[in-house]
Design a protein around this ligand. Sequence first.
Ligand code: TXA
Ligand code: MG
Length: 354
Amino acid sequence: MRAEIVSMDAEHLDKEAIKKAGEILKNGGLVAFPTETVYGLGGNALDPKASMKIYAAKGRPSDNPLIVHIADIEKLKEVTTEIPEGARILAEKYWPGPLTMILPKADIVPKETTGGLDSVAVRFPSDVIAQELIKAAGGFVAAPSANTSGRPSPTMAEHVEEDLGDAIDMILDGGQVGIGLESTIVDFTEKIPVVLRPGYISLEMLQETLGEVKMDKGLLITDSSVRPKAPGMKYRHYAPEADLSIVEGETEKVIAYINSRASEVEEQGKTVGIIATDETADLYKAGVVRSIGSRAEEETIAHHLYEVLRDFDGDGVSAIFSEAFYTPKMGQAIMNRLLKAAGHKIIKVQEEQK
Ligand code: TXA
Ligand code: MG
């Protein structure tokens, strides 16, 4: 069966459709919905069968825990056994918003939802459609990103339909998401809070609010000797079909390097994709060039990353070269996703030419 797709926006909610979607979730079905970060694939978080269905629909390993979404800060108490001071402060400051916190799990949350762990990830999204759906579903919606496991996360309903249209009951289409990268994950099960996944809320913002906050070592070290703590961060995620390389260095050298590699690949009769910016797109002489956004507005880069990767899948290019995006605020989050998509393949041009 194909999923029913219903379009709406925050100012014009389709209350009937949300009610129906809530009933589907209460009855153990699956509904995809927009959030401010990426689209989520929702199931009732307190129903172990619904969580198993989510894993099956995504083709996701069931040891990779799901995030429990709430739409009322008071509900946090019901799914956790302990809320440290730091978590309270972050909830007050950043919820509803693109922040997920890992806390000790209460018994009502089944182990199927948490991938067998004793901790639970909780998030209160700011998207109004998401909030209304969560309320209609009884208050607790487990939702990973609504993509097939291993594909870029969906930033619009069309992406969800492409990946999961045959596997779920309903898709709430709220248009393009705002941020385009998944929420920041902060782990409160250790003495000092640890960022397990960087996002729109940066390490610096968290440190400003809480004092000491660490970055998970598994994220900083790019060889595989240290495993990231969030099980999902160890998989080669967000992967485009083509071979992706990131090229880093002085802009002019990056452009020259990509141009020469691109024409080499084209001489072999293959097509090349190039991930450029508004500032550089015109300077590439070969290949299919896509601008990801402007370096002057780094939000646009985060916003378009997954869409651009998906578009290249549709084009059937055999290699992709991307500029690096170490932008001031969201650079950590953008580069974390891009490096994973590239399997950490990074070419540093200055060094090569020495
Ligand atoms: O922005 C988001 O967070 C989106 C939207 C839909 O809310 N959701 C999302 O879910 O990105 P997902 O399943 O794609 O990513 C959840 C990440 C995974 O890397 C998972 O391993 C980690 O959170 N995670 C969940 N529960 C955890 C736990 N108890 N301990 C450590 N990591 C956990
Ligand atoms: Mg995901």
